[in-house]
Ligand binder design. Structure first.
Ligand code: GTP
Ligand code: SPV
Ligand code: MN
Length: 587
């Protein structure tokens, strides 16, 4: 294959000159080609076929043991003006960044194959879809991109149809996997990504976080739309109406699970339809409503905790034609991870290929994942390929907070909703290298993913109020509140639909709530808890707030917002003062 797109050809010539691959392979996206990627990984010893009778078409891939999650301190936004990247990002001047990484890329593909991966983020005929080309030396990346994006011939045809059409350039090389020589560099002003030294997930599959969020958010601000770390799901009521929600929770905080939940017995008659589980691109429609497309075609989901009683839909989707990364395997080559079954099966091999020994830690790496097309979900929405997207009725923000934050609250206004998103705080997880369980601000679940200054980003969000009076209602949820013994107060998973039902009731003008300084809270009986073993005291804790503790929280939120100096919109600082003064009256 070749291309008529001159910009693409010129960039590929430049990249090949720099990296000096032995061969160039243009990805057409076919099954035969995918099978060749798999054969190469198996021959190299990095992948293993899983039990063909129980898991046809499935593969176990083991990454390097020091390369198992995103690396935020090695991820840079390289803008000419450092204030455009903001205090929320690691920054390097573009000239310096190119110089540093190009030295590492020089000759880095010698003796290796350079895979050229044309891809489209979003339904291929959508006006909101965007093309990219990732160049990589990793067959794992090429195979994963086939599942995660619309990859291959149709994407190239799109790039060829407008010979000077722009596209995102993503250069990736596995390098020597040394964290000393690992960088994930973004050049939003050049629509370019350069990633070297990691073969894992968001560091290496450049369509996902690098393109669809970091560069996407930058383009969204310039062009008036939003690129968000959000699931998209349709909730079908017993009356047969489908209302769509979008929800932003930080990494490993429940997006995949919520996007495909199975209604509990008490809410039979409801159904959930999955449009996306990680990323949403949202545009204002002519009718003033916000419409969302899922730029991705696949899921890269957290394996641990996925089980028949928590997420049967994900489990069904990964029974065939899926890639498992860093999970454990049973004696008969079936994938296994903590939570899949109550006890570990005998003859287990851990994620590093050793006989399982609890003294070595969990059998599956904490951030081990499955990769599978969304179309393999039994609950996939019939709207996944809708070029215009689905209209969003409610936006949810949330995090993992053992204390303080109630189960659900509703914003008093759009501005307050943006404030709720801007001040999300959550306990850190294994999705990124570093300490787990520390409470950190993670605005809109975008802290590691916003490609520009958060002050400007909040301003962009606030600006939607001036463009439409039909915006979604905004909510904040927390499934992770704990009691004194450290047990979750709320059952979570399928039962989260009980909260979503209240959310939809509020969107349609029903649903009982009380106004408080921090937002509308449901009354303890506004959420149906029939059939749950939940004490009235637990429900009271989940639906109340402590004014004194919230005053301290708001002091902290104010300090956080002030980090952004004069880029922070006044409206958010005014909102925090409003809440503080109302809290002082309440206390
Ligand atoms: P990323 O793919 O990293 O962006 O994560 P995500 O937000 O999609 O998180 P995911 O749904 O994969 O959940 C992460 C972990 O949280 C898994 O181990 C889940 O089992 C667990 N989890 C998800 N939802 C709930 C819930 O409602 N309650 C509790 N207690 N745990 C949950
Ligand atoms: C996340 O960490 O939010 C993920 C996984 O969805 S990764 O693709 O590694 O970013
Ligand atoms: Mn994610």
């Amino acid at each position: 294959m070749t291309t008529r797109n001159q910009k693409l050809q010129a960039w590929l010539d430049e990249v090949a000159h720099l990296t000096q691959p032995a061969r160039v392979h243009w990805c057409d996206g076919s099954q035969a080609e995918y099978d060749r990627f798999v054969a190469e990984m198996i021959a190299a010893g990095s992948a293993f076929p899983l039990n063909p009778a129980r898991h046809p078409g499935c593969l176990l891939y083991r990454s390097h043991p020091t390369d198992v999650a995103r690396v935020e301190h090695l991820t840079f936004i390289c803008t000419r003006n450092r204030h455009d990247a903001g205090p929320n990002n690691y920054w390097m001047h573009p000239a310096e960044a190119h110089r540093r990484v190009d030295a590492l890329f020089a000759g880095s593909m010698q003796g290796r194959t350079m895979y050229v991966i044309p891809y489209v983020m979003g339904p291929i005929d959508s006006p909101y879809a965007r093309a990219g080309v990732e160049v990589t030396d990793s067959p794992y990346v090429a195979a994963s991109m086939r599942i995660m994006t619309r990859m291959g011939r149709p994407a190239l045809e799109l790039l060829d149809s407008a010979p000077d059409a722009d596209f995102v350039r993503g250069l990736h090389c596995t390098g020597d996997l040394s964290p000393e020589r690992r960088f994930i560099m973004h050049f939003p002003e050049e629509l370019t990504i350069k990633s070297i030294g990691s073969g894992y997930g968001g560091n290496a599959l450049l369509g996902k976080k690098c393109h669809a969020l970091r560069l996407g958010s930058w383009q969204g601000r310039q062009e008036g739309w939003l690129a968000e770390h959000m699931l998209i799901a349709g909730i079908e009521t017993p009356e047969g109406e489908i209302h769509y929600i979008a929800a932003a929770f930080p990494s490993a905080c429940g997006k995949t699970n919520l996007a495909m939940l199975v209604p509990p017995e008490a809410l039979k008659g409801y159904r959930i339809w999955t449009v996306g589980d990680d990323i949403a691109w949202m545009h204002l429609g002519r009718d003033g409503r916000l419409y969302a497309i899922n730029p991705e075609a696949g899921m890269f989901g957290v394996a641990p905790g996925t089980a028949a009683h928590t997420n049967p839909n994900a489990l069904a989707a990964v029974q065939h034609d899926a890639i498992f990364t860093n999970v454990a395997v049973t004696g008969d080559m079936q994938p296994w991870w903590e939570g899949l079954t109550e006890t570990a099966p005998p003859d287990l091999t851990d994620w590093q290929g050793r006989p399982y020994d609890p003294a070595n830690g969990p059998a599956a790496q904490a951030n081990s994942r499955f990769t599978a097309p969304v179309t393999q979900l039994p609950c996939v929405s019939d709207q996944v390929d809708n070029p215009r997207g689905v209209p969003i009725s409610a936006i949810l923000f949330g995090g993992r907070r053992a204390s303080l934050t109630p189960l659900v609250l509703e914003a008093l206004s759009w501005t307050h909703g943006v404030f709720l998103g801007a001040t999300v705080a959550s306990e850190t997880t294994a999705a990124t290298i570093g300490q787990v369980g520390v409470v950190k601000r993670d605005p809109m679940a975008m802290r590691p993913f916003c490609g520009y200054n958060f002050g400007d980003y909040f301003g962009h969000w606030l600006g939607f109020a001036g463009r439409s009076d039909r915006l979604p209602k905004v909510f904040h949820v927390n499934w992770f509140r704990k009691d004194d013994q450290g047990r979750f107060l709320w059952p979570g998973f399928g039962d989260n639909l009980r909260v979503l039902r209240w959310v939809l009731e509020r969107c349609t003008g029903r649903g009982v709530a009380v106004r408080t300084p921090i937002g509308y809270l449901p009354t303890p009986d506004a959420i149906d808890t029939a059939g749950l073993h939940l004490s009235p005291e637990a429900m009271r804790v989940l639906t109340s707030y402590d004014p004194a503790l919230w005053l301290t929280e708001m002091d902290d939120a104010r300090d956080y917002l002030r980090n952004y100096g004069d880029r922070m919109p006044e409206a958010l600082l005014a909102e925090v003062e409003r809440i503080r003064s109302e809290l002082r009256s309440a206390a």
